[in-house]
Design a protein around this ligand. Sequence first.
Ligand code: GCW
Length: 849
Amino acid sequence: MRNRRDLQSGKIDLFRAIAVAALFAAGAIAATAQTMDETWLRHGYFHGFPPVPMHVRALGHEPIEKTAVKEIVNGVDRLFGSAPSSGGDGASDEIVVGTVQEFRSAYPKLNVPSTLSPEGFWIAEMDSAGRQLVVVVGGSERGVLYGAFALIRKIATISWNPKTTITEAPAMPIRWTDEWDNADGTIVRGYAGRSIFFENGKVRDDLNAVGEYARLLASVGINGCNVNNVNDAAPFLEPQMIQGLKRIADTMRPWGVRLAISVDIASPQKIGGLKTFDPLDPAVQAWWAAKADEIYAEIPDFAGFTVKADSEGQAGPASYGRSPADAANLLARALAPHGGVVLYRAFVYNNHLDYNDMKADRARAAYDIFHPLDGKFDANVIVQIKYGPIDFQAREPVSPLFAGLEKTNSAMELQITQEYTGQQRHLVYLAPMWKEMLDFDLRAENRATPVKEIIEGKIFNRPLGGMIGVSCVGRDGWLGSPLAMANLYAFGRLAWDPNLTAEQIAEEWARQTFIQDPHLIATVTKMLMQSWPAYEHYTGPLGTQTLTDPTGSHYGPGIEGSEHNGWGQWHRDDAQGIGMDRSVATGTGFAGQYPPEVAKMYESLATTPDNLLLFFHHVPYTYKLHSGETVIQYIYDSHYQGAEEAARLGEEWATVKGKVDPRLYEDVRARLEYQAGHAIVWRDAIVQYCLKESGIPDAKGRAGHYPGRLEAEDARLSGYKVIDVTPWEDASGGKAVTCVTPTGCSAEWTYTGKAGRFDIAAQYFDLQGGVAHFALDVNGKAIAAWSADATLPSGQPNGDNSTRFTARGPDGRGIDLKPGDVLRVDGTPDASDPAALDYIEIESLIGRD
Ligand code: GCW
């Protein structure tokens, strides 16, 4: 009776949700109606009394301070169901918020620290003539707002202790998100619908979601947002667009989030009517200066420009024989009088490399180009460096350029939108990876120089530095997946304080996002922490990077796709071995770009850590890792392990059923089930590919052997035709069947295994452009039916859209099978989805309750 039980527990959840929603409603009516999910600002609900005074008073009149008061009022209301009054009567206990200066003049007798940094804050409990004051003092208005959010966060995470004074300041000044939105409302590498900023070539009329986004960003200390794609940015400097951008800036301003935009260095030519965009041409310089004046006239606190030039088809200074420093300084000089900055991206490389040239190496590009320019950039330029030398892969070494710029400001760019890491369809909490990057000690000048301290500006004494998160939020729940919001949260928290641990942040996020339930919070935290290692295990281990096709959607397996082309995301596998030799002695020399101690470590096979072995070295499949296992056996093992770990995420989530809103529960459950199925696609693709390539069997007998699998191409087919899938490794045995009869097709097998009870999985291709239908029956009796209605990349059957449906029988107790039973799948195509099928698999129930 699983279904009935589910419904009952669902009902309880729903009632609880409605009750909580009703409590929030009063506050919500007063404020503007929320248009999108508040995610972590939704906050779990506490019973009991608020541990802070029930009056809140702003000492100043700035909009940001008013925001701070509102956040405290609403935060306490959300948490305890009762809102403090704002204003205060000067006689009762109260929460007082203001800048240092405002506080000193209001309370000359009370001491506040004299060294608060502008965006920092100080929270303390004080006694003023017998009244209890909780004071939230900021170094500036923005600091006040961050203090207000911190107070609510402390209360929500049960770490508020009024007796303890809190002093905090952000570790680095630049804490921005980059959005890759186009003016037409699409978002490059966005996986959550259309733009919250733009539509039809213009800024949207309704900017409510922008304000709500700015609020989320401010709550974790993010102070800048670049709203447009780094590619094709010229239209964003058109006068009409600047008017729209002003509205965006106005909407974000109460949250202390400053607007930035990406610019096209060729704009003077593309939209300015000049014949050239040569950075050294005086007319070009004058054009940028005038453009900056025009922007600042509308947006006085405009943050600055981000630039992608000479990269992936974008125009750049190289057209005139000029350097990135020339281009960066051109823009920097236009912005400097107004206090703006230039974020010049180090993502500059040749995407037409010669695969046959063993010295060619995309990883070298950023250092080769930017290191010689160190010291040539103006003071308001920051070089924005992706965390690794390639491109947001699931595993890369940290970019050596962080140590290669001593006289230049630098910032780390990382990706919140999960381009190469599962596109939000997979749960992959990225903070543990980011932490590895931030904590990595580059040993510049043979001393401790962790990357985080370089971008904080501490190591080389740089005034500007920071972290940029490519976020690409959209209208579909910001990132599309509720648990993916942990990545946006973690980005902000790490930019504020890179010394926090990934686990601490995960727990903090879970506590605020969900109703306060210890098991739920512990489970979600654990799932988040397990997710990146799992993803790495089933996609591309030992530093091979994400083994997807860089010319495609960057999603499913495409092992050969990353080889034999100019994009340089190679792993160089052949019949003898795998990995790219980047040593100085025999390879591309990339390892030599690191400071000596690190270079030495990566140069030698013996000291290169296993998880980056194949990034730095080409080794035989039989090469023994530090663990003692051979490379090939590790590849087999890690992929099986990764797929099991992915399945476990779903099992863990199942234990919180009844503790979360039923819709949220079901949404996450379905995603995790999908992920577990797609992890099997990844596992099988890489395992069968490496088995074929190496010819070395799996010592554990799994690779190439699927005892319960019944291939579609081996079935008795009616209407279905056998096809070769491209790339071959994306289908079991390289083949599948596709339905060429509009009324439907079927595939039939006679079961020859042992009698017993089983799950039956069907692996099919859910193609774009239609919703195909499938039905499974045994001996003519209907067992299950499902639709191929997901939105997945590609109109061809391949690893992007190979999807698993598992029939688990009545009440999930399995399906009885005996030898001689006839299993049949009926597929009905729809539009351009031909109900393609790879195989069905009879799965043992052992290990499942
Ligand atoms: O990862 C790659 C993406 C491109 C992106 C580029 C970049 C916006 O596939 O879509 O372009 O990085 O970072 O510029």
